[in-house]
Ligand binder design. Structure first.
Ligand code: BGC
Length: 463
């Protein structure tokens, strides 16, 4: 009987995660799609470099805005309604950008989509973390990262599929197709429950318990509810979560949340994700098709190794994966820097050296920092500040992403590829030292136990 129940629970949890994680797919799709669309709308409107920069960065500005504003809203209105709202914005944004009549209209459309990306980048992992049973939480939250990577991969592929050399309006279907996952998320979310944690927090215990009983390991239901109630009682004493999160006992968690996003972005991931055709061009690939084909290989490897990470994250644990991944990233970056320094003597083999090293870099990012960044920010905060805490994490992610993305081309010009890759490698080394002190081993702990750890003023590495 119990066996049966557990089986049912698992299926339900997987369905819930799959639909919610479609938010992750949209996040990936809508960040990746711009790379292939850009050359077409640039020529269609004969845009200047400045205009291109504005349109390209509009999505990032929107994401910063979305991440900044929605933390409180999620705590007030609930996780479900906020995800539904982001789906509506994604859908309108896809249609808007696809049918944009002018560069400024495209700019506004991208800004709008960026807001949905920013909202989903924290509300979706939060939804999954709160609804997942303790034992599967790590793997399920990484499903979000998997969907981001699938979204990026799909956007590279669909850009390739819609790209017609002679049709300067090829960018329109590239943007329009984004309406499909948006509708799946919108319709799917209507059938999914609100999280038990949110409901119990709003005083609706009966409903919260009913949902929890369908999801959690039966042995842990009572314990989870009691812990949630304790947290909620504490939360009622402090209404201002922004002020609350700055309290001394939570500072470590805040520092971890912002710190891991700093390392995740400043190790240079999006220089590869957004600029890989340019990197491959620098390495000697002349044809656009070859550059894009090489980019697609980046997309595939990114997806594959995210899957591997999901399979091992709850076995190996966060700390080991972190050190493995960041060390690998540092080695790949130093090797890239060296190969660009000896580009002339490498001749035509430079292309293959670069592709191999970029792929190696992606392998280590995908098994480690990619999923870990979003997982850690969903695990380290107590309920009362989780909304705000994750929002700060997502906000830092977008802010750091924007800085790296806007400085990469300048870096290339001033420092050369060698210098730029060495800077990112330096950040990786910093990340190893920082991580030794600050990456907590959250594997197998209830979210409530993690809160207790901070309350007792213990160190992250003692968890
Ligand atoms: C990062 C994104 C990045 C993606 C690549 C995510 O975890 O936050 O900035 O583009 O991984 O897979």
């Amino acid at each position: 009987m119990r066996q049966n129940n557990r089986k049912q629970n698992k299926t339900l949890v997987i369905i819930i995660t799959a639909v919610a994680a479609t938010g992750g797919l949209l996040f990936g799709f809508d960040t990746g799609v711009i790379s292939g669309a850009k050359p077409f709308f640039r020529d269609f409107w004969s845009l200047t470099d400045k205009q291109i920069e504005w349109i390209t960065t509009a999505g990032l500005f929107g994401a910063i805005f979305g991440a900044a504003f929605s933390g409180r809203i999620t705590d007030i209105l609930g996780r479900k309604i906020v995800i539904i709202a982001s789906a509506v914005i994604f859908a309108i944004g896809a249609l808007w950008t696809g049918w944009a009549g002018s560069p400024s209209s495209l700019f506004v459309g991208r800004l709008f989509i960026g807001i949905a990306i920013g909202i989903s980048s924290y509300s979706v992992p939060m939804y999954i973390a709160e609804i997942a049973p303790t034992k599967q939480r790590g793997a399920l939250v990484s499903a979000f990262q998997l969907l981001i990577t699938i979204g990026i991969f799909v956007s590279y592929l669909s850009d390739l599929a819609f790209a017609e050399e002679s049709n300067l309006e090829s960018w329109r279907p590239m943007f329009l197709i984004g309406v499909v996952p948006a509708m799946i998320l919108l319709i799917g979310m209507f059938f999914l429950p609100e999280t038990p944690r949110f409901l119990i927090g709003k005083g609706n215990e009966a409903k919260g318990r009913k949902i929890l009983e369908r999801l959690e390991d039966p042995d842990l239901v009572e314990e989870s509810i009691n812990k949630m109630k304790e947290e909620i009682a504490l939360a009622s004493q402090s209404a201002h979560s922004w002020r609350e999160i700055l309290q001394p006992w939570l500072r470590t968690a805040l520092f971890i949340g912002v710190g891991i996003m700093f390392i995740q972005q400043f190790i240079g991931i999006n220089t590869v994700i957004y600029y890989c055709p340019e990197i491959f061009e620098n390495a000697g690939f002349e044809s656009k098709v070859a550059q894009i084909a090489a980019s697609v290989s980046v997309g595939v490897v990114n997806v594959l190794f995210t899957v591997i990470s999901m399979m091992i994250i709850d076995k190996i644990g966060r700390r080991k994966l972190y050190f493995l991944g960041v060390t690998g990233n540092v080695i790949a970056l130093i090797a890239l820097a060296i190969s660009f320094a000896f580009r002339d003597s490498l001749g035509s083999s430079m292309k293959w050296v670069t592709v191999s090293l970029v792929l190696l870099y992606i392998v280590f990012f995908a098994i480690s920092l990619g999923p870990l960044g979003w997982l850690i920010i969903s695990e380290i905060y107590p309920l009362k500040v989780r909304g705000v805490g994750m929002s700060i994490g997502a906000l830092s992610n977008w802010g750091f992403n924007a800085v790296v993305t806007f400085t990469f081309l300048t870096f290339l010009r001033i420092l050369s590829p060698t210098g730029a890759f060495l800077v990112y490698a330096g950040v990786g080394v910093l990340g190893l030292i920082w991580g030794y002190y600050f990456i907590p081993e959250t594997k197998g702990h209830t979210l409530e136990h993690i809160e207790e750890h901070w309350r007792q003023g213990k160190k992250p590495k003692e968890l």
